[in-house]
Design a protein around this ligand. Sequence first.
Ligand SMILES: [Zn+2]
Length: 493
Amino acid sequence: VLIVSIDTLRADHLGCYGYAPYTEPVSPRIDQFAKESLRFERCFAPRGQTGPSLTAMLTGCYPSRHGVLDNFVAMAPDTTSLPQMLAAAGYESHAFLAWYPILRADKERLGFGGAKGRGGAVAGSFFEARPTMKSERESRWDDAAEQAFVEFVRKRPRDARPFFAWVHFYDVHQPYAPPAPYDEKFVGDYRGRLRMPSNASEADFDRIVREPGLDASMKSRRPLDPADAKYVVALYDGGVACADARFGRVLDALAASGLANDTVVVLTADHGDELGEHRGLWFHGNSVYDSVLRIPLIVRAPGKAKGRSDQLVQNVDLAPTLLDLLGRPKPSGIDGISFEPWLEPSVGIDSPASGLVGRGVAWSEWQNLVLGARTDQWKLVLNPKGARLKKPPFDGPREAGFSIGCHELYDVRADVHELDDVWKAKRGEPDVAALLAQVEAEYARRFASLVPASAPLVADPAERQRLAQLGYGNASGEAADYTLDPEACADDK
Ligand SMILES: [Zn+2]
């Protein structure tokens, strides 16, 4: 089993999901891979933040259950991971990561590399590039993770035990500064105020995101100048193209090793990024919208179904699905729902005749304060304590924070970018009232006994500053990342 997750990769910026704004494709290798796979059109992350979302992918549990409510927050002690679930079947587990922002103790407890978790010791290895190259840019971390994986499969004896490998890349993440030629690949002749120099440094990026005109646009919710907006998207797409090529080399290495026909390969992401839709660029951690929560999920399983599925799925569903595919028992007490039946070629993808019933709701959480529910038609966001999320994409003049209403409602069929909040107009309608009751009950069930994640968790001030520049503001040492104003919600029922 091989899972490749690409940090910050939006589904809707991949060619196989319909993205084609340039003469050249942005993601030719992923598009080709999708033709050999089952591609899920509607997969949603349970949180727009790296640590909580990747831990959900690896445990089959929402953050409210696995406990990683934010980056660098500890896992709940009774959490079981995919490496541990697979160890009983003789699988080794190997991780090849650019970076994974969770606590070091939890990396061991996840069970990669011989570490002891709840399920006992798991044979394997754990490679994480970033701690060995602190000041390097993200793509260097990715080069190292890619090379470590390629070496691993190249040297893998054909008669070795089965393995679960997880590869995680960062090329797409801010500051959107992939190496040449990807930094210039889609930008055209733009020479405006946001122009990043070739081989942009972190200082260049900091200067650009604090550009006064940009900040004023965000604060006043004015759209960016179209040329500026197009440029930022072109930089993002350069990162996507860079990650796509990297993914292609990973697939090539697997094929060259002779393992491709025996390996289930999954391509996914931990979350997307705001590209100007909701008062922000270059950020994701506080967003509750599909721009951040909708992620790619493409599964290539030898002998299994190919094509596309419109089923609602989430990354918590991946662990039980893989266990079903491998014929292994699923542990009790996880949140994910197996979508393995849809991978059976005989079933007929999404055919009503199949009788298969998937999940009705894709859930998203923000710590223990905000719960979102995404159905076929609606996105309902419940924030009953009036949490105002202080953690901005960057510090500085945008410190005012990210505001989420006590209730927000979007008709996601008609309004795919969730720009038109229809809560006040639609809250009386029976299906909306029924959804609200379901979300309120789920809110109480998930959050009632949870304590909020606390900070600080990163002791070194220089490291905190570096993490904050990367958007990991919760490592900043502040006491809390939000304020509460329940009074504001009193008349929003
Ligand atoms: Zn991430």
